[in-house]
Design a protein. Structure first.
Length: 363
């Protein structure tokens, strides 16, 4: 399965805003109903239990009956996920700082579609169809609004069967801030630093209290970052049969002084993309503990006195192993990627030495 995201034409925004307001009304009703039932009986409502209380809602609110079912199911799923008795209220008022972005879920039977349009209820919505919708079988989906007020339809579809991968190469990937990813074969995925690029323009818009401009810039940064990561992950999956990634945690790094750089990089999103794309393309994906991979020499496997250690040595990009039997020159990131590859192979020394020889000959 995969998700297609297609933009709805702007002339339909007013209609979708109204439907989203009705969805928010149903969500808030179900949220309040469930909380009161919990206080009264001590038990949680299931999606099935709430069905009799929402009977007739679709006709009253102008929503498809499948949308009301999807709202109930989504509410129960999120309540279990966040382990809360009551979830956040969905706000429809556009002037409110807490306004919820528009969301209209539906199931397969709630939508008709063809190339260039989708039909929800009795309304046809024109869209920019870059995929050719008629080729796909839709499972479920939703209409969603972005921060600029633009509407999209997100459709979960069955992926077409792919040919068996012909690639035979295995790579280790070291994630970082200077470059998003460095591969054991020397491939580098650069960090475009998009937030830094638009930071000055964002500051000007924020000081001028131009909220529309601020939302547009944030959306542009997010879209450019996502496009860059999609292209990089697709290239890596096409060229390799085994991808091994270090378990670098973005959550931990966000709590440090490097938080802005970590969020601007998006390597956590890259890992997610690699994981589902590998699964779809029948490519093996493995995540390993990357502790000491930067400090350990990928040729001899030892941590020596010359190895870069801690945050103070982040400036060291190349170092020479001081083991008398080794004395190899190591690039910091490629060395870490080679060690990650070795961990994925359970440290097959023969494989590592071959990669090592190729890299040293190219330097």
């Amino acid at each position: 399965m995969k998700t297609l995201k297609l933009r709805i034409k702007d002339k339909h925004c007013k209609m979708l805003d109204q439907l989203a307001s009705e969805v928010n009304f149903v969500w808030n009703y179900v949220n309040d109903l469930s909380f009161k039932h919990l206080k009264r009986t001590g038990d949680f409502f299931s999606a099935f239990d709430m069905a009799k209380y929402t009977k007739g809602t679709s006709k009253l609110c102008g929503l498809h009956s499948q949308t009301v079912d999807a709202i109930r199911e989504e509410f129960v799923t999120r309540r279990i996920q966040f382990k809360k008795a009551k979830l956040k209220w969905r706000v429809s008022n556009k002037k409110s700082a807490r306004r919820s972005l528009g969301w209209i879920p539906f199931k397969k039977s709630g939508l008709k579609y063809a190339d260039g349009w989708v039909e929800y209820g009795k309304t046809k919505f024109g869209l920019w169809d870059s995929y050719g919708l008629s080729k796909y079988s839709v499972r479920t989906g939703s209409f969603v609004e972005d921060s600029r007020g633009r509407w999209y339809v997100c459709l979960v579809v069955d992926s077409p069967k792919l040919d068996k991968p012909t690639a035979t190469k295995a790579i280790g990937i070291d994630l970082g801030l200077k470059d998003i990813a460095t591969c054991s074969d020397g491939t580098v995925i650069s960090n475009p630093k998009l937030y830094r690029k638009y930071e000055q323009k964002l500051g000007i818009a924020q000081r001028a209290k131009n909220k529309k401009r601020v939302r547009a810039l944030h959306a542009k940064i997010a879209n450019c970052r996502k496009d860059h990561l999609h292209k990089a992950s697709t290239m890596l999956v096409k060229e390799n049969a085994l991808i091994i990634v270090g378990d670098l945690s973005a959550k931990k790094l966000v709590k440090t002084k490097m938080a802005k750089s970590v969020l601007d990089t998006g390597f956590s999103a890259l890992k997610t993309m690699l994981k589902y794309k590998c699964e779809n393309a029948s490519v093996l994906f493995e995540e390993v503990n990357e502790s000491f991979t930067t400090q350990m020499c990928s040729s001899c496997g030892e941590i020596t006195a010359s190895s870069p250690k801690g945050r103070a040595d982040l400036r060291i990009r190349e170092w020479r192993c001081c083991n008398e039997k080794c004395l190899s020159l190591n690039d910091r990131d490629i060395n870490a990627a080679l060690n990650i590859l070795a961990l994925g192979h359970k440290r097959l020394a023969v494989g590592i030495s071959l990669f090592r020889g190729e890299r040293m000959s190219s330097l």
